[in-house]
Design a protein around this ligand. Sequence first.
Ligand code: DSN
Length: 477
Amino acid sequence: MTRLKEFLDSGVNPDEHLDTIAMLASLDYIEKGSPRIAKSIEQELVDQRNSLKLIASENYSSLRVQLAMGNWLTDKYAEGIPFQRYYAGCQNVDEVESYAQELAKKLFNAESCTVQPHSGCDANLAAYLAILAEVIENSKVKELGKPLMQMSHKEYESVRQDFTKARILGMSLKDGGHLTHGFRNNFSGKLFDAYTYGVDPVTERIHYDALRTLAKEVQPHILVAGYSSYSRKVDFSVMRSIADEVGAVLLVDMAHFSGLVAGKVFEEVYDPVAYADVVTSTTHKTLRGPRGGMILSKKRFEEGLKRVCPLAQGGPLEHVIAAKAVAFEEALSKEFQQYAHRIVENAETLARHFLDEGVRVITGGTENHLLVLDVFSSFGLTGKEAEERLYKSGIIVNKNAIPNDSRGVVQTSGIRLGTPAITTLNMGVQEMLEVANFIVRCLKGGDPAKIKADVQRLKARYPLYKGISLGKLCHTN
Ligand code: DSN
């Protein structure tokens, strides 16, 4: 019997379960032609159900978001921007993309927006190139009195050489920044003369005066704020003043915390959109949309950002943009604001439980959705060992360097934990005590099989996509 038939035969009211029906029908259909792929899709749900997802950058998107991606919008090429395309027949994707842009502008109170980046990494690449085009290329265009395409090879080469001298100052990977903020094995460390700032060795927080001094020395063209494993709020008014003092463009990468901005947890000086020239983001993570990217900007950079294609990408993925629009609609709701506040409440509670157990929490706690534990000083384990041990107990985390980590990025001394996904499941502060206990028991050498059984008991109380609980998908191993 197919999954769908089994579900419908169970006597449910189809009108109340359209999402489940759509998902089960698609699995049944995929299985007919591509059984290996259907098996992996199904197994992923089983595995996600049976484990505790504490990866700070992951979440569970709604089935509406997922379904908006799975259709024929994927077949349409749409280079250009809405209503100004290089291909005919874009009337429907124009509608989708312009609506997504409007929603994003409303959600973040932004002047301009592009939802075309395929990922956060692509958003940063496109944003850097658009900024360089504005601050380096345009002045040369004015000086020579002719557009790029009319420059001689020699003239254009002098523009390109100026690009390679551009300086960037971003948070170092080892202190919580991202690969795209100047890491040498990333385009950002190759395209730019890249400098990095870290955290204060004692407080493990950004030291704004030290950053200001460094910025004055480096004179960056772009100051990058934002992080992927830093657990404190960033004061963007201070970042703005530092950028202004050195004449830099301020770019904030809010990929990790855009859901906290949308959900009005980060307001006033903690809202990057109010202060930055350009703000990049992913649309998954705390924002809980499809995997993808976007860029918000002040009017000055609007023209440059209309050129994500051809600057950094080919045609936009309009099926993913449709799902971004659905996610933005969801994020505009009151429920989403409550969700965003609960993410942080849960992370703070989790951090407090670890501190009560004598575990060293980097910076002494958290003000956002993530926390980093020093597992080497607390349990004598490297981050890699801790990650593997937790995995055997059904707890999914990632190893993470801590400030001044002597064990490098492969072994590391820390792990990073995040609460966006478990908060989506509706776990609250009560459950954070259980989660902290599982982790401490496991890292102290507790029996993985027993902990895994306890994890699954907790997960059973907070089912994932609970409509899909009938038929073949009901595995519990
Ligand atoms: N992979 C994301 C994270 O885990 O933070 C960022 O690239």
